[in-house]
Write a protein that binds this ligand. Structure first.
Ligand SMILES: [Zn+2]
Length: 107
């Protein structure tokens, strides 16, 4: 496969490395961390179904041959559930139906 291509441990999809979450079992400490460090790596699509499979079947633990700390999963779930910012959302707490003065247009 082309250089830089990785495979999701849950759904087996191939994609460029940057598209995946990377979970690393550090060498030589066997500490499991996200995104950085040197050691044995596992790759996962940033989507719910893949994270769920990786966790419930302990695929991640099997691929890395190490116990996965709960914080790793907690962090990934948090990333998954963080909503994308909505570009044209009203500012929080703004009164409904109120016109905002345009800058430079007030006296
Ligand atoms: Zn996947």
């Amino acid at each position: 496969m082309p250089p830089g291509t990785r495979r999701c441990l849950s759904c087996r999809t191939l994609a460029p490395r940057e598209r995946f979450w990377r979970v690393v079992r550090l060498f030589p400490t066997h500490q499991v961390v996200l995104d950085e460090g040197m050691g044995r790596s596992a790759y996962l699509c940033p989507q719910q179904s893949c994270l769920q499979q990786a966790q419930h079947k302990n695929r991640l633990g099997k691929v890395l041959k190490a116990p996965i700390p709960p914080e790793i999963y907690a962090t990934l779930w948090a990333r998954l559930t963080t909503p994308d910012p909505v570009p044209d959302a009203h500012p929080p707490g703004a009164p409904p139906g109120r016109q905002y003065p345009e800058s430079g247009d007030h006296e």
